[in-house]
Write a protein that binds this ligand. Structure first.
Ligand code: ADE
Length: 238
């Protein structure tokens, strides 16, 4: 039986999903609200973590350890690094890294923590399912490498560092921490993002302007995924 976790970082990122369902039970736990509902045979728990890697790690851990979710989808917005990605474009991550990990003083590469790895991959089954849905519904979907860090990036200098160091296509503030939790706890996961800005000097303005519409693009795709996942009993990746 699948128990599906859906998470975003901000209220705006999950609201279009929440609005879609009724009979919602609200569980308050660890300074947050976890929205619980059923769709067909699927049990779903939805939450937004608040911004950043620590909040996102907490929420992902609670979704898995307390609420016993065994698959996790993240939805939200991202800043584009790859110039082919435009505002409103939809992407799924193939792999994610933390761009703000720096213990290079000890000879380690950027993004690396001993006994860990720089990049964590998402579930191939969930990626394949996403591309299947995209082609069925004529939705343009890109595969992207995502860099995560606890900064809102709004300069070409910061963006170029991340681009050159990690060859990432997009950046945001939660994905890699969720990936680390899911990988450690053996829960298949996927990170979906729609572009809200291009992480340059206009990023703050663009983010405010496009947060709602891009959140909706990503959330709508999650609704398609929910519709397919209701027919799954398990997700075996490895
Ligand atoms: N999420 C969306 N845009 C972002 C940016 N420019 N920096 C960090 N996270 C983001």
């Amino acid at each position: 039986m699948l128990k599906l976790a859906i998470m975003g970082a901000m209220r705006e990122e999950i609201e279009p999903i929440l609005k879609h369902f009724s009979d919602i039970k609200v569980n308050e736990y660890a300074n947050n609200k976890y929205y619980e509902f059923k769709y067909d045979n699927l049990e779903i728990i939805l939450a937004y973590s608040k911004i950043g890697k620590v909040n996102a790690s907490l929420t992902a851990s609670v979704l898995i350890e307390k609420f016993k979710c065994n698959v996790l989808l993240f939805t939200g917005v991202a800043g584009a690094i790859n110039p082919d990605l435009k505002i409103g474009d939809l992407l799924i991550a193939n792999k994610l890294c933390q761009h703000d990990i720096d213990i290079t003083a000890f000879g380690h590469p950027y993004g690396y923590i001993p006994e860990g790895k720089v990049f964590i991959e998402t579930s191939k089954i969930l990626r394949d399912l996403a591309f299947h849905i995209a082609s069925e519904n004529n939705i343009k979907l890109s595969l992207a490498s995502i860099a995560t860090g606890d900064q809102f990036i709004n300069s070409n200098t910061q963006k170029d560092f991340i681009k050159n160091t990690f060859r990432a296509d997009a950046l945001e503030m939660e994905g890699a921490s969720v990936a680390l939790v899911c990988d450690a706890l053996d829960v298949p996961f996927l990170v979906l993002r729609s572009i809200s800005d291009t992480a340059n000097m206009d990023a703050g303005f663009d983010f405010d302007e496009f947060l709602k519409s891009s959140s909706k693009t990503s959330a709508n795709f999650i609704l398609h995924m929910i519709d397919k996942l209701k027919n799954f009993t398990s997700i075996e990746d490895k």
